[in-house]
Design a protein around this ligand. Structure first.
Ligand code: PHB
Length: 384
């Protein structure tokens, strides 16, 4: 009887706004903790938690409770994994993930269950394109954005004939396509797209093919552990002496220490660099390094900004995550004060952002300039 009364009292209490404001916000982190992208997942989580910690452990006055799933960057397990967070844990908001194939399944599940989703990395164009939705946001990029910028720069550098090489999945293929768009617009021609299955790193046969065809330039999309191995193999084959290697910044972000000499001088394009030297970025990098004893990278920034974006929505709704329309409106209209530089979201909920030109020098991706200012993804097929 006593417990019944207690439950009833709790129910009564919980039907009031006061209760909604005291229970923690449930954040479901679906990220890779194993495999070639494990380090990227860790940086995103650390970035997110750093921002929350900087706000005293709360966002808009609300405590944050974390639920976690290791998605293993495995699309085959993605629907089951995301449902652990949506159905079992009943999270208020999903944050994930790194791998485009996994993120596409998350976006589908988020749409169907009307769960709020913030994508802190995966670039799958469709997430803020044909599959765009009111409840789906991204704080990272589309695969097209940095790739297109790299194509434009490679053409400007006078290259005429290029080859692309990547993993055969949404991110790799869309990245290669973005490069083709920019490069061919500038008068170049991409003669061949080489691929291998994700997350394989047996590059030898493909490097032999590149050596045989002798293009003017190579564009590669790899990230995490795969990027470390690719950049080292490219140099070991002697190709870095004769054929310039370009890529989206993932090729060298968070990987330079492991790549060592093989990465020196590589030119890439990305919405972040290691020496932006703004007060905002310097403060972020200092706190990140102090807290985690390692340097921040683009993944850490994207995770940090996912927490900032959520906070904007919560603030607009007076801390009430259940007031979905206000949360969404607050997020959609927010200007995120990112370490990368301030950005806004497009109508499709993807960052409109500067794409920096960077070059590896020592252990940093040094900013060389802005390749394209305020670049918005075309968001093909997005209707909201
Ligand atoms: C992706 O799968 O969309 C992806 C993965 C790793 C990156 C960038 C994009 O660094």
């Amino acid at each position: 009887m006593k417990t019944k009364i207690a439950a009833l009292a709790a129910m009564l209490l919980c039907s009031t706004l006061a209760c909604a404001q005291t229970t923690p916000i449930k954040v479901g982190l679906m990220l890779p903790a194993t495999g070639t992208y494990a380090n990227l997942g860790e940086m995103i989580e650390n970035g997110f938690k750093l921002y929350v910690a900087e706000q005293g452990g709360k966002l808009a006055g609300r405590d944050i409770q974390y639920f976690k799933v290791d998605d293993e960057s495995d699309p085959a397990k993605a629907t089951d994994n995301v449902n652990k967070l949506i159905k079992r844990d009943q999270v208020d908001v999903l944050v994930g993930t790194v791998h485009s194939g996994v993120a596409l399944a998350m976006a589908k599940a988020a749409r169907e269950s009307n769960t709020l989703l913030i994508v802190p990395n995966a670039g799958a164009d469709a997430i803020t394109g044909a599959m765009c939705a009111k409840n789906v946001f991204r704080t990272s990029f589309t695969n097209w954005q940095p790739a297109y910028a790299m194509g434009v720069v490679a053409a400007k550098n006078g290259h005429k004939k290029a080859m692309t090489i990547t993993w055969n999945y949404a991110a790799g293929n869309e990245s290669a396509k973005g490069f083709v768009d920019g490069f061919e617009k500038g008068g170049g021609k991409v003669t061949q797209n080489l691929t291998l299955a994700f997350p394989n790193v047996e590059f030898q046969a493909l490097l032999t093919e590149i050596a045989a065809q002798k293009p003017d330039a190579v564009y590669a999309f790899f990230a995490g552990g795969g990027a470390v191995k690719f950049v080292k193999d490219y140099a070991a084959a002697g190709l870095n002496k004769t054929i310039p290697l370009y890529g989206p910044g993932f090729l060298t972000d968070g990987t330079i220490d492991a790549q060592g000499a093989a990465a020196q001088g590589l030119t890439t394009t990305l919405h972040y660099a290691d020496n932006l030297n703004t007060p905002r970025d310097n403060a972020f990098r200092l706190n990140f390094a102090k807290t985690y004893k390692t340097n921040a990278d683009v993944y850490a920034v994207q995770g940090y900004d996912a927490a900032q974006l959520l906070e904007s929505g919560l603030k607009a709704a007076g801390g009430d995550i259940k007031n979905r329309d206000k949360v969404i409106a607050g997020m959609a209209s927010s200007q995120v004060d990112s370490p990368r530089g301030k950005f806004t979201l497009s109508a499709a909920h993807n960052p409109v952002q500067d794409i920096y030109l960077r070059q590896v020098k020592g252990n940093i991706n040094e900013m060389k300039g802005i390749a394209i200012k305020a670049l918005a993804d075309p968001a093909k097929g997005c209707k909201m």
